[in-house]
Design a protein around this ligand. Structure first.
Ligand SMILES: NC(=O)c1ccc[n+]([C@@H]2O[C@H](COP(=O)([O-])OP(=O)(O)OC[C@H]3O[C@@H](n4cnc5c(N)ncnc54)[C@H](OP(=O)(O)O)[C@@H]3O)[C@@H](O)[C@H]2O)c1
Length: 390
């Protein structure tokens, strides 16, 4: 019998890589349900190829388009729409595996639903961990779920930690690698365009994470994610720029040994690791050819040109509510930049201004997380309007 997989955010970059790996293992996996927010045509294409039981479109205004598209194609897939349907898809009894690949805090509620339902949760949606790390790990424990990180750095750390018995005692520090993004060597960032920011040197990704990589906020979110997933303080999580993106991250143990995970930069590797775990399954990624690699180089991140990384460390040290504010402000600022309403260099300023304006207490529930997220989005929108392009 094959295992059912639900892909939340199936029309995105991680969704496409997941479908690619699943197609390589028809004896092992089938697609049970897929979701998107607005991409009806892409969702219909996926349904035609994978014939899932359920397709969900987040935007309720597109419910009819999805239903009629499925009917016109003669597909047996059931259609649903809206936020509740997204969360319901994450709990389908026919699917033991859920891939959380929605971008942004919008993925939080369905990701939590999958955790509570005891799924094998393949977690790409880093913003959900940044906003509600403790709630998510509690839900994983309460639901008996298995959380496997898909983010390549955290997936690497998961692999490097295999066999470590007591993390607190055995590990000195986690070392996250960062490519440095498209502007690693560019001194003047004042005229950066969305097209330039989205042209990542090593990875093909969605637009939001591409901009996050260009500002180094992606690494900042990952520092917070690593802290939540593996239980380390900010002081024990280091970032090193490694432009080749061959080492995906490292763990330094108490005896001085450093264990690294290497591979070609291809998200199908961590996805296949998490789908197959504890088995190793074929991912389709290319073999790492050491004879062609040349040098692997490393440098310290430049926190003056890329202040977002420092802001993320600051938020991690300030506490869980500050991390929600940081994430929300970043989502608003990146959207404004992509819509050409905010200069690239003002993204960090919007986040800093928003962090300075709000100091909420640590949230105790999802509703409190969402309330802080909403307040931060409103404050960030004001800051973006003030600092934006007129
Ligand atoms: N791409 C990578 O290589 C990579 C690596 C590591 C981690 N991640 C993380 O994985 C997540 C997905 O990244 P991505 O690059 O795959 O993003 P992406 O290409 O932009 O895809 C995002 C997916 O989420 C859906 N979506 C967008 N807004 C939504 C909303 N409000 N409610 C429900 N669904 C929504 C999109 O549907 P529509 O198509 O309808 O918009 C799409 O299916 C992010 O958290 C990212 O940080 C990505």
């Amino acid at each position: 019998m094959t295992q059912g997989v639900v892909i939340l955010g199936a029309t995105g970059s991680i969704g496409a890589s997941t479908l690619d790996v699943i197609e390589r293992h028809p004896q092992r996996f089938h697609v049970e349900a897929v979701t998107a927010q607005t991409s009806v045509e892409a969702l219909l294409d996926i349904c035609a190829r994978h014939r899932p039981k359920l397709a969900v479109i987040g935007d309720e205004g597109l419910a009819i388009a999805l239903r009629e598209g499925l009917r016109a194609s003669g597909l047996p897939t059931e259609a649903a729409a809206g936020a509740a349907a997204l969360a319901h898809a994450a709990t389908l009894p026919g699917a033991p595996i859920v891939v959380a690949a929605i971008v942004g805090a919008a993925g939080l509620v369905p990701t939590l639903a999958a955790a509570r339902a005891g799924k094998r949760l393949l977690l790409a949606n880093k913003e959900a961990v940044v906003c509600a790390g403790a709630l998510l790990t509690d839900a994983v424990r309460a639901g008996g779920a298995t959380l496997l990180p898909v983010d390549s750095e955290h997936n690497a750390i998961h692999q490097c930690l295999a066999g470590a018995r007591q993390l607190e005692r055995d590990v000195r520090r986690l070392i996250l690698t960062a490519s440095g993004g498209p502007f690693r060597q560019q001194l003047d960032l004042s005229a950066v365009t969305p097209e330039q920011a989205c042209a990542h040197p090593n990875w093909v990704m969605g637009r939001k994470i591409s901009v996050d990589s260009a500002t180094l906020m992606n690494k900042g979110l990952e520092v917070i994610e690593a802290s939540r997933l593996f239980g380390f303080d900010a002081e024990r999580i280091a970032v090193v720029v490694h432009p080749q993106s061959v080492i995906h991250s490292m763990v330094e143990f108490g005896d001085g040994s450093v264990v690294a995970q290497l591979g070609t930069p291809d998200m199908r590797t961590p996805i296949a690791y998490a789908l197959g775990w504890p088995d190793r399954i074929e991912s389709g990624s290319a073999t790492l050819d050491f004879t062609q690699l040349g040098a692997l180089s490393f440098e310290a991140p430049d926190l003056t040109r890329f202040p977002c990384l420092a802001l993320a460390y600051r938020a991690l040290q300030a506490g869980p509510a500050a991390c929600i504010v940081l994430n929300a402000a970043n989502e608003i600022a990146v959207e404004a930049f992509l819509e050409r309403r905010l200069p690239f260099v003002a993204i960090a300023a919007v986040i800093e201004e928003t962090l300075g304006r709000l100091a909420p207490a640590a949230p105790q529930s999802v509703d409190e997380v969402l309330a802080i997220d909403g307040a931060a989005r409103r404050a960030a929108a004001q800051a973006a309007a003030t600092l934006g392009i007129r």
